[in-house]
Write a protein that binds this ligand. Structure first.
Ligand SMILES: [Cu+2]
Length: 115
């Protein structure tokens, strides 16, 4: 009887552990795609320039997920920290950028051409 219980327990664990791990992995990949990146804290987000407004100091980006802001991909306008950061950018350019939330305002603190 003791042997039977041990085998049953071992079988249950063998099945339960991989199922749990697989479920967790799926969750992570779906909601936090860059979570395990070693440089996640200051990772650059990616985007494409859709519109530039140097007078207003804003750039509209179609951006991918912004990990540090928990923001999914979308198209939106960002104020930049300094309008001079827009120099060298053009509509259609692929960029990497860092966006930070200061108070209630999200600003781009770094932006560069991706290639
Ligand atoms: Cu956004």
């Amino acid at each position: 009887m003791k042997t039977f219980l041990s085998l049953t327990l071992a079988a249950a664990l063998t099945v339960a552990v991989p199922a749990y791990a697989a479920e967790n992995m799926g969750h992570d990949m779906a909601t936090h795609p860059a979570h395990h990146s070693p440089a996640a804290a200051d990772a650059m987000s990616e985007g494409t320039v859709k519109r530039l407004d140097p007078a207003a100091g804003t750039v509209t980006l179609a951006h991918g997920p912004i990990e540090n802001l928990f923001m999914p991909g979308m198209t939106m306008s960002f104020p930049v920290q300094d309008p001079s950061m827009l120099a060298g950018l053009s509509v259609g350019a692929k960029v990497r950028f860092q966006a930070e939330e200061v108070g209630e305002v999200i600003r781009i603190t770094k932006i560069e051409l991706a290639n």
